[in-house]
Design a protein around this ligand. Structure first.
Ligand code: C5P
Length: 234
């Protein structure tokens, strides 16, 4: 993959309002070119804001984890494609993934599948009616994502090597749970430094609090990019 280090950093705008997101984007300036918008900001005016970011030359990852009947997913994905987003997440159910791939046809939008939510363990899956454990279900869904024409997966850095073996070199692996040395882990349990996550095979890193809660967010972002560059050489 021919990405520059800076293009691999996705900053999660987990903020309550467009005003606070605008202030963060202004602070980060040219240091960050890719932003993730999730439920919190999306449902607080974040979708028109995303369109503005795209118009200003930034890339946007809409982390909306879609899952519904095929027709609804497909039409929703068409609208996201028209917005100009780069990445969109869907849950890795075969019908949902197939509909998402149909909905994005002809656009530059790339669909990322969430195999199994990281807050789920085997007991949570059993309670939800599944016979498979987390590892087995994640592996099965990764293979289905590959076979459906999904563009990438969201996964923890620990999972990247195993999943890369399943999906091959053509899909992107996008990894949250990143913590530069010396920063607080917060509620993340399986964390890796930016350099180690890239070495493990991640293509993109999603970083929230270590950047947006830093005293100097721009310096924090620049330090992560420098760390990525040490591994990738560019
Ligand atoms: O602040 P922090 O760096 O922990 O933020 C990580 C971001 O990645 C959050 O927006 C979180 O929702 C998202 N994420 C995650 N773990 C997943 C999927 C998404 O932390 N398995």
């Amino acid at each position: 993959m021919t990405l520059d280090a800076r293009e691999r950093l996705i900053v999660a705008l987990d903020l309550p309002s467009v005003k606070s997101a605008e202030a963060m984007v202004a602070k980060l300036g040219e240091s960050v070119c890719f932003y993730k918008i999730g439920y919190q900001l999306a449902f607080a005016g974040g979708l028109p804001f995303a369109a503005g970011l795209i118009a200003a030359g930034k890339q946007v990852f809409l982390d909306l984890k879609l899952h519904d009947i095929g027709n609804t997913v497909s039409k929703g994905v068409e609208s996201v494609a028209q917005l100009g987003a780069t990445f969109l997440t869907v849950h890795a159910y075969p019908q949902t993934m197939k509909a998402a791939v149909e909905g994005k046809r002809g656009s530059t939008l790339r669909i990322l599948a969430v195999t199994v939510l990281t807050s789920y363990d085997d007991a949570d899956l059993a309670a939800a009616g599944y016979d498979l454990g987390v590892g087995e279900l994640a592996a099965a869904r990764a293979a289905q994502a590959r076979d459906t024409g999904i563009d990438g997966l969201v996964c923890s850095a620990e999972e990247t090597a195993n999943l890369r073996g399943i999906v091959g070199p053509g899909m992107v692996l996008v990894t949250p749970g990143i913590r530069p040395a010396g920063t607080a882990s917060g509620d993340q349990k399986r964390i890796m430094t930016p350099a180690r996550a890239i070495e493990a095979g991640a293509d993109y890193l999603v970083v929230g609090r270590p950047v947006v809660e830093a005293r100097d967010p721009k310096a924090a972002a620049d330090a992560i990019v420098a760390e990525i560059e040490q591994v990738t050489g560019k």
